[in-house]
Design a protein. Structure first.
Length: 475
């Protein structure tokens, strides 16, 4: 199979969240299964090019012509990464937004990426069997294929898969944007692009893609309901037969305490001494109380409503007074960053918050914390809780989406791997935190829990195999 991945971010080139981890890792596992996999992303500011592949690629976008070029970045495990260069659109401070506001030309920026993918594909001797798109930013690929490119013999046998990593971001723009994106006006109807008077690019992709997937089984069910469907539950119900849930995997070459170069001391399930050292280092680095009897909660997150920190706002003080310490790393909505900074000010001996994006620190927190907290309102998959299992950092999560699929509650001395709560309420969070505290104070039990998690295997091999089966069913 020849698979072209088109996405708005990929590790190690550009990342704001888990999408980048997935697009950076999945292709190499698909390749290992004997397929041809290449990736195309925008060349954002600072993304290194190794060479120019196509010096000039002219792309008609609506009534204007965009003169792009295609570069190649350094391959990752033999997977080739191609970069669309168009500085007007991509050479900016951030990927999607600046100073808290989305870039006003995001529709054009990502429509260009989608069209560039098709034009780039056409320069290869053979067409891709599957174009695998992700989220609203590349959801126009299936639409363009079935409209502007309908009748193009080159793509006669090319199929599309759209993976929904997060239904809450849909790419909604005014109707007037359609012409600028070159989208035929007749697509503006309720069955296709229209969404309450605007156009909705994710909806468009859901309607036009040959198959759909999302990143956990549970989320694939949830998004068909009004509670999680973000207004698209009806469209998703219609396409239910073509919608699959495939759990994200982990790239254990990147996330493994046995060989993580960022940890002060490596450790494994057989020898956990290094984990204590990681905790001490983290506590000392932040200058917070280093008595080991306080369980340390780690948080590494985008600060967005999705992540459930409004629950924590209500009970964080009580949790600290109960005996927890916290190290927080994140960026995003000020509502939450301010809350964490205020918490740090109130409990400087027990709480440290770093507002920012810091990959190095993310690894240190995975290594040094006792618990990882993800009280998400919804969570399509979630990666940090899966990483933390491997790091012996016990997840405390809300039972939703991928969090529910990946974490088993520790009820007494079972094979559980973490702590889960159901209802979206501060009381449920606090009750579960207290349950965790009790177990933490029984070292033998805690060790059992840690070891259970470390032995779980969420490597990409199994999920990559499922994607390949899906590609084959398309072709
Ligand atoms: P989402 O994609 O919704 O943000 P995931 O759990 O799937 O959630 O993935 C988040 C990814 O981003 C993880 O790899 C996590 O380590 C990383 N991450 C999130 N916030 C930060 C941050 N402030 N600094 C470093 N890494 C972060
Ligand atoms: C999204 C989701 C997250 C998921 C990630 C990768 O950003 O919020 O739950 O893990 O995509 O699929």
């Amino acid at each position: 199979m020849r698979v072209l991945y088109v996405a708005s971010e990929a590790v190690p080139f550009a990342k704001t969240g888990g999408l980048a981890d997935v697009v950076g890792a999945l292709p190499k596992f698909v390749r290992r299964l004997g397929n041809d996999a290449i990736v195309l992303i925008p060349r954002y500011r600072g993304v290194k090019s190794r060479r120019v592949i196509l010096p000039s690629l002219t792309i008609p976008l609506g009534s204007s012509l965009k003169f792009c070029s295609i570069h190649e970045g350094s391959p990752v495990d033999e997977v080739r990464f191609f970069l669309v260069e168009y500085p007007d659109f991509y050479d900016r401070d951030e990927l999607y937004r600046h100073a808290g506001r989305d870039y006003p030309d995001n529709a054009e920026r990502f429509a260009l990426l989608s069209l560039a993918a098709l034009e780039f594909a056409k320069r290869a001797p053979l067409p891709p069997d599957v174009i695998h798109c992700s989220d609203w930013q590349t959801a126009l690929v299936p639409v363009y294929l079935k409209t502007l490119y309908r009748g193009d013999a080159f793509f006669e046998n090319t199929k599309t898969l759209l993976t929904i990593h997060n239904l809450a971001y849909q790419g909604v723009f005014p109707r007037s944007t359609m012409a600028r994106l070159g989208l035929p006006a007749e697509l503006f109807n309720m069955e296709q692009l229209e969404f309450y008077g605007n156009i909705n690019l994710l909806k468009a992709g859901i309607v036009f893609a040959n198959k759909l997937s999302t990143v956990s089984e549970r989320y694939s069910q949830e998004i068909r309901t009004p509670e999680f469907g973000c207004g698209l539950e009806g469209v998703l119900q219609k396409r239910a037969a073509d919608l699959t849930g495939i759990l994200n995997g982990v790239d254990y070459t990147q996330w493994n305490p046995e060989q993580d170069p960022w940890l002060v001391s490596n450790y494994s399930v057989k020898d956990l001494q290094g984990k204590q050292q990681c905790k001490m280092e983290l506590l000392n680095q932040f200058g917070i109380d280093n008595s080991l009897d306080r369980p340390l909660i780690g948080i590494i997150s985008r600060m967005a409503d999705q992540k459930g920190f409004d629950l924590l706002q209500a009970v964080a003080g009580t949790m600290v007074e109960d005996g927890f310490s916290m190290v927080v790393l994140g960026t995003g909505d000020e509502r939450y960053t301010r809350f964490f900074l205020a918490l740090q000010e109130r409990y400087p001996a027990y709480v440290a918050a770093k507002i920012g994006y810091d990959e190095w620190l993310a690894h240190k927190i995975e290594g040094g914390a006792d618990l990882l907290l993800m009280p998400s309102r919804f969570e399509p998959c979630g990666l940090n809780q899966i990483y933390s299992l491997k790091y012996g950092t016990v997840p405390l999560v809300r039972a939703t989406g991928g969090l529910d699929d990946t974490i088993q509650d520790y009820s007494d001395s079972s094979t559980g791997t973490g702590f889960k709560f159901d209802g979206y309420s501060p009381e449920a969070l606090l009750g579960t935190a207290r349950r965790a505290l009790e177990v933490y104070r029984m070292p033998a039990r805690w060790l059992e829990l840690v070891r259970n998690g470390m032995q779980r295997d969420f490597s990409w091999s199994r999920s990559a195999q499922r994607y390949v089966e899906l590609y084959q069913s398309l072709a």
